[in-house]
Design a protein around this ligand. Structure first.
Ligand code: GLU
Length: 463
């Protein structure tokens, strides 16, 4: 295959949207899977709507998910002189022309066309204008669109697209202040950056014929296009904040892992058999834009959590510990970590939940579940102290040792294990549920466990 060059071209109007990240991912995978290049271009020509903070936020999100791009970021705002040259070239070659129509004239034309139930379009009045232009107006520059026939292209997802000349008009490529317009600069940049394949949202489908007109006028090679259907919510409507976070970085705050986000997004609109879990390496070996779906995909929050839980379970403990520090997780002894992490990996879907559950274990309870406390077996509670006194250092060495010690102890004292355990759990954690009692004991260690039991017994005896 010829050299693949793809790009992601966000407009920095806010945060990086998950839909945008999905587009970026598809482009990234296609380039990387084929030893090609993946470029990043910031489309910041709309000076009123763009901000440096938004650009920073997009770059930050990129860094967080680990999508690396080739070369330097291209900023459209730095390329105005270049765009000017191409406008000039088209003017000289008579493939573009100055149009002096005033706003009022344009409005009058539109009103007239609407009255005749025609689609509003420019009427080419300055296309071949030979007269003296009005001196009181700064003209715009319009490109000559074909007068008849079709603009055609083969979309990698939508198939053959054919737009009749009647649906296109001589659109503006430079405003009266000289600034170039969106479709013009996108085409110039994609061509000059050597982009071979454009994968983008199908909300851009109507821009493509205009961009093709620019390619043709300048004699540039036209890239392949893939217009990806939108991500919808489970009800089939446009995805909104109500369905989940839209900002990629919000998912970080909510304790999602980049691996899970990428895996979740790659499956929104792309499939490879019925496989659901894809490591980045697997995505790279399996991704091909021919697997992109032509129908919209639906955002499924439960699946997202399921994937996140999967990647949390998979993560090695040292890396997990490192990540958890950003979520105010307590620092643990190595023993505690090696016991608590595997236990919580089975129970948590996000890092926020993981950190929270760790804190619930490492922070001594400040209250005891009343219902649980009232149901405890008094005899079992009163034996807790003795239980600690008799536990020797072997019992404290490991979870299985502790388990067998507690069983022996309960048999010896004639107290059912099913009565002993809830008492211990209540004393140590203050509530029912959660990880095993023996795990908790070993993770907390003798001293802390005993301290909690003593605190609990004092309160219990005072009741
Ligand atoms: N800047 C456009 C956007 O953020 C993307 C343009 C393109 O991919 O061609 O929607």
């Amino acid at each position: 295959m010829a050299h693949i060059v793809t790009r992601f071209a966000p407009s920095p109007t806010g945060y990086l949207h998950i839909g945008g990240l999905r587009t970026a991912l598809f482009n990234y995978l296609y380039a990387r899977a084929n030893g090609g290049k993946f470029l990043l271009r910031i489309e910041d020509t709309d000076l009123a709507r763009n901000s440096k903070e938004a650009t920073k936020a997009i770059l930050e999100a990129f860094a967080w998910v680990g999508l690396d791009y080739d070369g330097e970021v291209v900023y459209q705002s730095q390329r105005f002189p270049l765009y000017k040259q191409y406008i000039q070239k088209l003017l000289e070659e008579k493939k573009a022309y100055y149009c002096y129509m005033s706003k009022e004239e344009l409005q009058a034309l539109r009103t007239e066309q609407e009255a005749k139930k025609q689609t509003p379009r420019y009427d080419n009045r300055y296309r071949d204008f030979q007269g003296t232009p009005p001196s009181d107006r700064e003209p715009v520059v319009r490109i000559k669109a074909p007068l008849d026939g079709y603009v055609c292209f083969k979309d990698g997802i939508k198939g053959e697209i054919r737009i009749g000349a009647k649906e296109l008009d001589d659109f503006i490529i430079a405003r009266s202040d000289g600034t170039p317009t969106y479709n013009f600069v996108v085409a110039i940049d994609d061509a000059l950056m050597g982009v071979s394949d454009v994968i983008r949202g199908d909300d851009h489908l109507s821009n493509t014929p205009k961009q093709i007109i620019v390619y043709n006028a300048l004699g540039f090679e036209i890239p392949r296009f893939f217009h990806v259907p939108m991500i919808l919510n489970p009800q089939g409507k446009k995805l909104s904040k109500r369905d989940g976070a839209m900002n990629v970085m919000d998912y970080k705050d909510m304790g999602y892992l980049p691996e899970a986000i990428l895996n979740f997004l790659v499956r929104l609109g792309w499939s490879s058999g019925d496989k659901e879990i894809f490591s980045l390496d697997e995505m790279l070996s399996l991704f091909n834009p021919s697997g992109l779906n032509s129908s919209p995909s639906a955002y499924n929050q439960d699946k997202f959590l399921w994937l996140n839980a999967h990647y949390i379970r998979q993560m090695d403990n040292a890396k997990l510990e490192d990540m958890l520090s950003a979520y105010h997780a307590p620092s643990l002894s190595e023993t505690a970590r090696e016991i608590l992490y595997p236990a919580l990996k089975e129970r948590c879907s996000t890092l926020v939940e993981f950190a929270q559950k760790l804190l619930e274990i490492t922070n001594a309870p400040c209250e005891y579940d009343e219902k649980m406390r009232l149901k405890l077996d008094i005899e079992a509670v009163h034996t807790l102290k003795e239980l600690f006194n008799e536990a020797n250092s072997t019992a404290w060495k490991s979870v299985p040792n502790m388990e067998s010690y507690l069983h022996d102890y309960s048999a010896q004292k004639g107290i059912k294990i099913g009565k002993l355990m809830p008492s211990l759990r209540c004393a140590l954690l203050g509530k029912s549920g959660g990880i095993g009692v023996c795990e908790t004991l070993i993770a907390l260690g003798r001293e802390e466990s005993l301290r909690r039991v003593n605190t609990f017994l004092t309160l219990y005896n005072n009741h």
